[in-house]
Design a protein around this ligand. Structure first.
Ligand code: AMP
Length: 269
């Protein structure tokens, strides 16, 4: 095992300079966007990325643009030092960790916006970066794909994801980017966005990694008690699959207490 210290870059211009220089030297730059609190699922994406690139960039950034003010931005787990150690010890070959402080312009307000709950209650679509017409106001929307499944209960989520991925693509300028099929809808949305908007980036979908008890690995699993873990697993049922006659994907997005969990399974017939 290599035990290589990744270079940590926090400034977006430094990130872009590093990437341009690497690509000018003929290197293929691979990219894995994450929100940190890394686990084996994320590390499996690093291994996948290495199959398609010479250099690997992992970003660690919890994106406020995909959270509504009533969602779990403030309790999203983080452990930057632990993340770096995992990347160093387990996933040999991570060259850069891009860890920006914040990627949004908030206008006169100098931080994440939590003050617009009224707008949310009145049915206006807002995220934690919108602030009375100041600062950030440009969004990327994949109009049909963003609506179903997770999009129906989280109205700002996928435009937030598509927008931050666009921003990260413009900063990191990778050749290849890897997304987990655990977040199946997200992977398909990014694929479609890259196709529709002519990004020169190859998108790879990586297989979902589970814990031995069958639960999909997730940063949010840290909020589950051992009893909650067991019940989730027990309630999974594939009975409806008997009805399916063409390739399909079976998706679950469920609140369990205060923890929102995702899982899915591709079905080949
Ligand atoms: P996140 O940090 O949750 O935004 O995830 C970053 C990337 O890791 C996304 O592309 C996820 O789909 C992927 N990912 C998260 N958990 C898993 C898992 N259990 N197996 C495979 N990929 C995963």
């Amino acid at each position: 095992m290599e035990n290589k210290e990744p270079l940590i870059i926090t400034d977006k211009d430094d990130m872009r300079r590093w990437s341009r220089s690497a690509r000018a030297q003929g290197k293929i730059v691979g990219f894995i966007p994450t929100m940190g609190y890394l686990h084996e699922g994320h590390l499996s994406l690093v291994q996948e990325c290495k199959q398609h690139s010479n250099l690997t960039v992992v970003s660690i950034y919890v994106n406020p643009g995909q959270f509504s003010p009533n969602e779990d931005l403030s309790t999203y787990p983080s452990d930057f030092i632990g993340d770096i150690n995992k990347l160093k010890n387990k996933a040999d070959g991570v060259d850069v960790v891009f860890h920006p402080k914040d990627l949004y312009d908030y206008g006169k307000h100098d931080g994440v916006v939590n003050a617009r709950r009224n707008d949310l209650e009145e049915g206006k679509v807002v995220s934690c970066v919108e602030n009375s017409g100041q600062g950030h106001e440009t969004w990327v929307r994949v109009e049909r794909l963003e609506k179903g499944l997770c999009g129906s209960s989280r109205p700002v989520f996928f435009r937030g994801v598509a927008t931050i991925v666009t921003k990260l693509f413009n900063i990191v300028e990778p050749d290849v980017a890897v997304f987990g099929k655990k977040d199946y809808q997200q992977w398909r949305i990014i694929e479609r966005m890259v196709r529709d908007l002519d990004f020169g980036i190859k998108i790879i979908g990586a297989e979902l990694l589970r814990d031995p008890d069958g639960l999909a690995k997730s940063s949010r699993n840290v909020h589950l008690s051992p009893e909650q873990r067991k019940k989730i697993v027990d309630q999974e049922s594939l009975e409806v699959l008997e009805e399916i006659k063409s390739p399909a994907v079976f998706c679950i997005a469920a609140w369990f207490g205060n923890v929102r969990l995702l899982d899915n399974m591709e079905i080949v017939v």
